[in-house]
Design a protein around this ligand. Structure first.
Ligand code: MN
Length: 205
């Protein structure tokens, strides 16, 4: 039921996006999160948390930030299937969300306090800690009245902790954690290449 809207928007004969796997494809005990950089009509970052068997999703025009001073608008979109976390590539012209998709960051998360993410979601305030390659530490997602009528607008905010970074600039992190590729390389169909990254997100060739 939760994925009805996702399926309705897509023609799986034309888009390489997954139609939804029967089984959870990830081995982690903890729920996963993924951030996909998406060069669609407007460039944005899709922030997704595994909740109740699907990826609950938000589109953030400016992407997540490690700077606690940033309040990043995140508009909730349709739930995506769990295996969407592995999707990187090109959604063809004429299809919903046409453009290049990068797996920008991925990892696991835990809610703080450790109560149900579904309950927090329904209350409009989610607090969680991310364990990703680029994003780490505490964040909150808070429902807000900002944005247009009927928009499900939230704010994504970094909490103050040792992972907070006041000089954060998402533009400096333009590589896939899945294939090492930049948006341009994905768009041109370049093969995957190794990029070793430190936990601070700096590239080491
Ligand atoms: Mn998107």
């Amino acid at each position: 039921m939760a994925l009805e809207e996702y399926r309705k928007k897509r023609d799986f004969k034309r888009t390489p996006e997954p139609a939804a796997a029967a089984k959870r494809p990830h081995r982690s005990k903890l729920p996963i999160f993924v951030v996909q950089k998406h060069d669609a009509t407007r460039l944005h970052y899709d922030f997704r948390l595994e909740i109740g068997g699907v990826l609950v999703s938000w589109a953030a025009p400016k992407g997540p930030s490690l700077n606690p001073a940033d309040k990043r608008l995140a508009v909730q979109t349709e739930d995506h299937p769990i295996d969407y976390a592995d999707f990187e590539g090109i959604i063809p012209e004429g299809q919903y969300g046409a453009g290049t998709v990068m797996v920008w960051d991925r990892g696991t998360y835990e809610t703080d306090p450790p109560d149900s993410a579904a309950v927090q979601l329904s209350k409009g305030e989610l607090a969680f800690t991310l364990q990703g390659s680029k994003l780490r530490g505490g964040f909150v997602l808070i429902r807000t009245r900002l944005g247009g009528r009927g928009q499900r607008s939230w704010l994504l905010i970094k909490r103050q902790d040792e992972y907070a970074d006041r000089s954060w600039d998402a533009e400096k992190y333009d590589w896939s954690v899945l294939t090492g590729r930049t948006m341009q390389e994905i768009a041109s169909g370049a093969p995957a290449h190794a990029k070793k990254m430190t936990s601070g997100g700096q590239i080491k060739e």
